[in-house]
Design a binder for this molecule. Sequence first.
Ligand code: K2U
Ligand code: ZN
Length: 168
Amino acid sequence: MAIREILTVPNPLLKQVSEPVAGVDDELRALMDDMLETMYDAPGIGLAAIQIGAPKRVIVMDLAREGEEKQPRYFVNPEIVWRSEETSGYEEGCLSVPEYYDEVQRPSKVKIRYLNYRGEAIEEDAEGLYAVCIQHEMDHLDGVLFIDHLSRLKREQAVKKVKKLKAA
Ligand code: K2U
Ligand code: ZN
């Protein structure tokens, strides 16, 4: 296992559309292990493979609260197969846009299909923070950041802030 560098804006790789994975094998599981270790170290509650420079449709997540037992989740080739018309707002952040937070509106509930760590096909409903996080991460797989849902002014302010942070 290894902690990998997390790419930050304005790295153009973050705008790349990630490719589906042919199958879940030991090599992919090693990547997911590295992603999870990197996410816990950040710390974060979700991470998409593109954020460590791997353009594969793979996400890891752990929504367990501080002090609770870890509950790692792995999503290979995830798809959203249904979205509620109802939407909710949530103050989002992103490990690739450090120290910038703003509210994003997203469908409150989604139904997702994906392969798990063992390559088994899963279909699951998500709501609350789970729905927010999976949609945030699935945006990453399409080269979309949460700031892309904001105004151009806010997006430019966010990138300027991260550039300043990295230069300090
Ligand atoms: O994609 C990422 O950078 C991981 C995000 C996932 C996330 C973003 C917005 C809302 C929920 C999850 C990081 O975990 S950002 C840090 C964080 C931690 C707890 C709650 C919200 C954001
Ligand atoms: Zn993010």
